[in-house]
Structures are given as C-alpha cells and as structure tokens.
Design a protein around this ligand. Sequence first.
Ligand code: DP6
Length: 321
Amino acid sequence: MARTARAYTNIALIKYWGKKDKALKLPWTSSLSLTLDKFYTDTKSTIIDNDHDVVYLNDELLDDSSSLRIRNYLDVVRKMYGFNDHLQINSTNHVPLSAGFASSASGFAALAASVNETMNLNLSNKEISILARNGSGSATRSIYGGFVEWIAGNSNETSFAEPIDENPDIDIVLLSVVISEAEKSISSTKGMELSVKTSPFYSNWSTLVASEIIKIKQAIANKDLQQIGEIAEHNALSMHALTLSAQPPYTYFAPETIRIIQIVKTLRQQGFLAYVTIDAGPNVKIICSKQSVKAVKDYLDKNVQNVSTFEAHIGKGIQYF
Ligand code: DP6
C-alpha cells in the first residue's frame, strides 16, 4: 500500500514573481523560503481502473472544473514518467483559507510525493521538487524543511529546490495576520505575468533578487534574525511595487494591509523585532522573534479590529506515513 505524503506550506522571504517558461513554470529568478510547521496537506493516491483521474478534497469528490488543474497536472506527470494509469487522489488540506495561506505549495508538493510513492518512481528529493514545480512554482520549495532555496535554472532538469538549513537554530516565529479570506481578484499566475510583461521595473527586480539572495543566505548563516527580517521586508515590498507599476496597475493590498505595515514599523521603533512579508493577497505575515511575538500579537488584538492572527514556526520537509 502506498503511503500518504504530507507537505507543509512555506513562506517566501525572497519572492518568486515571474516565469520565463509558463508551461514548465521556470522562474526568472531564484527564490528563498521558510517551511512552516502549522499548515500542511496530506495526499494519498491509488491506481484506479478508469479512463480519467478522480480527485477528492477533504472527503468531497471534485467536479470536472474544480479538478481540472490537478487532472492537467497528472497528464504532465504521466508524460514525464511514461505511464498510462489513472489515479484516485485523496487530499486533506490543513491550510485553512482562514489562516491566510494559499494551499498550492503544500498541495502540489504532497501530490508529487504521493505519485512518486504510488507509481514507484523512486525519485530523489531533487526530482520530487522538479515534479512539484510543474504543478505550482512555490511547491518546488515545500519538499524540504527550514530555509530552502529554489534555484531558478533554465530547463526542467535544472530548476529545483535545495535545502539551506533544514533545522536552523534561529529564533524565528511567523505571525499571520488575516485581513480577508476572500479569493484574490488576480491569481498569482496572472499577476506575475502582468508584472513581467508591463512593469518598467522588472529588470531591476531580477538584479535585486540576485543580490538579496546572497545577503539573506549570509544572514541565515549568521543567525541574524534582524537582518533576515530587513531583507525579507524590502524584498516583499519591492515585489508589490511590480504590481503598482504594471499596466494596468493593480495591487493585492487592502487598506488594512497598509495599516499593519505602519503598525509593524511603529513596533519596530519601540524596539520589537517585527518585519512584514506579503504574498499575492491582502494578508500580512509578520516575522517576529520568540521574544517579540507576544507583544506584537497583543498590540494587534488591542488596536486593529476584525483581524485574526495565527502563529507558525519552522516546519519539516515531506513526511510519509
Ligand atoms: C507571491 O506558486 O502560487 O507567493 O507557479 O503560477 O502556481 P504558480 O504561482 P504560485 O506563486 C507564488 C507567489 C508568491 C511568492 C512565492 O511564494 O515565492
């Protein structure tokens, strides 16, 4: 019996924002993330005697349109590894929309690992990372725990993640501040395409990412959380500058997003370690230390209405059971 694969979500500290190959999901730049312990997807797959794949999410059978992205992905996997079998996929998502995280990273990482198990493909973690990338870019990194780099590469074989430090002894806590659970109006896939095509700053972004990856790896090696936070915040805000400078311009920020950014700045001036990072949505993730997280959370609870917070710590790579 094939085992269930579990993959955790990750938060990018240096963002992936733009593809040079849409079909293969090859990014223009490398990126770097922290795998989180709280939110994950469990996936089991079974070979079925059927002419199409069947997908269950949280025990519910998905209809054709909801399962399309997964079925198209399984077509890609069949082609890559030369098998014809169809699969039943049973996935349970422990990445609640209400926690402000997208589930495609843990979802496609768990799916890739699960298909490897069921089809006895005997893939290395590097190859599972490549397989996950074909489902969703951010999934490439969820194969490993701790700090992970996705090396951009320039072909299917050369674009994969590598662990930087799977068990870092760094005092980092991520506080997710949930402003809205609504679906984002522009998907990350569409948003990044618009930024690449139309933002006059896109070439500067590539240069910036190259230098910030070097700097943040040094900060990780030095266990310098303040430096990690400073670089991550600057990188995230620079990514969002690519949305505002696109044509037509767009933004993922809600008014509350800006408010939280300002609050974090104020807390920092009061001496608390806190830096923001923001993905393709209005929710803000605050990089804190074990020491600062309580004060940051208390301040938000007291001063901002209608937001909830979730705490996450350093998570592991793919697990099987
Ligand atoms: C802002 O991985 O969701 O979270 O490859 O098109 O599926 P696709 O995009 P996706 O984009 C993630 C964008 C991001 C930054 C990041 O995680 O690096």
